[in-house]
Design a binder for this molecule. Structure first.
Ligand SMILES: Cc1cc2nc3c(=O)[nH]c(=O)nc-3n(C[C@H](O)[C@H](O)[C@H](O)COP(=O)(O)OP(=O)(O)OC[C@H]3O[C@@H](n4cnc5c(N)ncnc54)[C@H](O)[C@@H]3O)c2cc1C
Length: 484
């Protein structure tokens, strides 16, 4: 089975095309520098070496449109690029593509406190949007560990999830209007700032989560939420995953407003505490941990409930943060995991989901499967278990070469995704399909759905220049057989 990102030879940008593209953006807003080609041609994944032929930094929607039109006419492949924190290889340029970085389009408009909206350009950094809205008592509730680098355009293109999906839902719930340049170069202003608009197919939702294969988001009107009431953060340790799930059941029944329910394994705890110099505040002996955040509860109610669950749910230990800073310390244990796994080893990442009602059955079978087939491998599962979303990370054994490791991981994926399919789950809960998961798309989407997606791609991107090889790569016969 080929792991090549595309089936066609790398694109070669001829000097005349390069010059023409330089003329389509503001002066100096391009780069052919080797370091830039390497940096802007890559994302957080490191599986495919970057091979971009040029980086463009447009300053306006019109410039984006001019570039896309030119590329369409000359068959030049383009990779839309945000903060490059993606975990599926969606922003990687592997085959001589031109990278279109939105980072110079980062204007933050005025916060409207009547409509609770803000208009921003796609290159605005997620955390800067939060900081911009906070003085008005508002926030854009798209929140995760990479928010200091990820951009609104990337969040929209991936329909990002994160740590508070259980409370707010995914990015798509928090986008009112979009300006998009389609693959044909057309500028589309979609839905303005309308809360209600039942005038036909909602094109906005087609672009959200489409990973840059249909169009390039250049601006968005974001819907804002009031800043949350004070939150209480708790950490619990359990011998097994069943304990985590029992606490989840109790938390759901409690009537409290849950703003996060996250979990991670002891292997994650060890790596994050060692890498970040943090401290595990719980008694030893836990195999799994759950981090729980509850919004706006009275201390009395909370302590009564805690007393009850600590008696009834089998657990090793638990703690309730007494101050905001203690709460942040607990959050660091969870939020530092992704970075710590990459800094202390080579993780093979999986981002799967199953219906919440299937979590218990699925996790039991998953543990048995991984324990049986890979008994000596270090597994580092963590994730947003309250959303049915598990990041199942497999660490490369130190003595094994990267090539052999990658080959082995395909075996793990095949078995894992077959199980995901049985439990009606998804091979990508929130990171997207990009390059890394495209061969497994058939495990969670039907042939009819995939055919419709291909049809949409032809409509919005007739020349096939936007992010070629991502999500809907032309399948080789062997890959086409992958879906069971
Ligand atoms: C430490 C860490 C923690 C993370 N935690 C989470 C998490 O909890 N939840 C979660 O969902 N994700 C998480 N991620 C993944 C990642 O941060 C998100 O997918 C994020 O939304 C990507 O944004 P970005 O700007 O970095 O996009 P990029 O990586 O630059 O691009 C992602 C995709 O979007 C496309 N794209 C980028 N900009 C545009 C645009 N303007 N128009 C059209 N297409 C575009 C790219 O071509 C690519 O396909 C995490 C990543 C890291 C490194």
């Amino acid at each position: 089975m080929s792991d090549a990102p595309t089936n066609s030879p790398p694109h070669v940008l001829d000097p005349l095309q390069s010059q023409a593209l330089q003329g389509l953006v503001s002066e100096g807003s391009w780069s052919l520098d080797e370091e830039d080609l390497g940096a802007y041609g890559a994302d957080w994944t490191r599986q495919h070496p970057p091979r971009a032929s040029m980086v463009l930094f447009p300053r306006s929607t019109q410039e984006v449109s001019n570039v896309v039109r030119y590329c369409g006419e000359h068959g030049i492949p383009l990779v839309p690029s945000g903060g490059r924190t993606g975990l599926s290889g969606g922003a990687v340029a592997t085959s001589g593509e031109v990278v279109l970085s939105l980072e110079k389009m980062n204007h933050l408009g005025e916060v409207n406190t009547l409509s609770n909206t803000v208009r921003v350009q796609a290159g605005a950094v997620t955390e800067q949007v939060h900081q911009h809205c906070e003085p008005f008592g508002l926030t854009w509730p798209v929140d995760f560990a990479s928010k200091g680098s990820s951009q609104v355009g990337g969040n929209i293109a991936t329909n990002a999830g994160g740590v508070r999906v259980i409370r707010y839902g995914n990015t798509r719930n928090w986008v009112l209007g979009l300006t998009v340049v389609s693959g044909a170069g057309d500028i589309l202003h979609i839905n303005g700032e309308l809360e209600k608009n039942n005038s036909g197919v909602d094109l906005r939702q087609l672009f959200i989560g489409s990973e840059g294969i249909l169009g390039i988001v250049t601006e968005a009107t974001l819907k804002l939420a009031p800043l949350p009431a004070p939150q209480d953060v708790m950490l619990f340790g359990f011998r097994d995953l069943a304990g985590v799930l029992s606490l989840f059941r109790e938390a759901r029944r409690s009537g409290f407003l849950l703003s996060a329910f996250e979990f991670f394994s002891d292997t994650c705890m060890t790596r994050v505490t060692e890498h970040r110099g943090l401290h595990n505040p719980l008694e030893p002996g836990a195999g799994y941990f759950a981090l729980l955040e509850i919004e706006g509860a009275s201390r009395d109610d909370l302590e009564t409930w805690l007393g009850k669950v600590m008696d009834t749910v089998p657990m090793v230990d638990g703690t309730l943060a007494q101050t905001a800073s203690q709460g942040q310390d607990l959050w660091q244990l969870r939020e530092g995991i992704s970075e710590s796994l990459s800094a202390t080893g080579t993780p093979y990442k999986n981002d799967i989901s199953v219906p919440v009602s299937e979590l218990e059955a699925f996790s039991t079978r998953m543990e048995a499967l991984l324990g049986r087939d890979y008994p000596d491998w270090e597994m580092c599962p963590f994730g947003h278990i309250g959303d049915g979303n598990l990041h199942v990370n497999v660490m490369k054994p130190e003595s094994m070469s990267s090539e052999v490791f990658l080959e082995h991981t395909h075996g793990i994926e095949k078995a894992l995704f077959a199980l995901v399919k049985e439990h009606r789950g998804s091979v990508s809960a929130e990171h997207g399909i990009g390059l890394l998961k495209r061969r497994w798309l058939g495990y969670c989407r039907s042939p009819e759905e995939i055919a419709l997606m291909r049809g949409l791609k032809r409509v919005f991107d007739p020349a096939g220049i936007l992010n070629p090889g991502k999500v809907l790569a032309p399948l080789e016969p062997a890959e086409a057989m992958m879906a069971p």
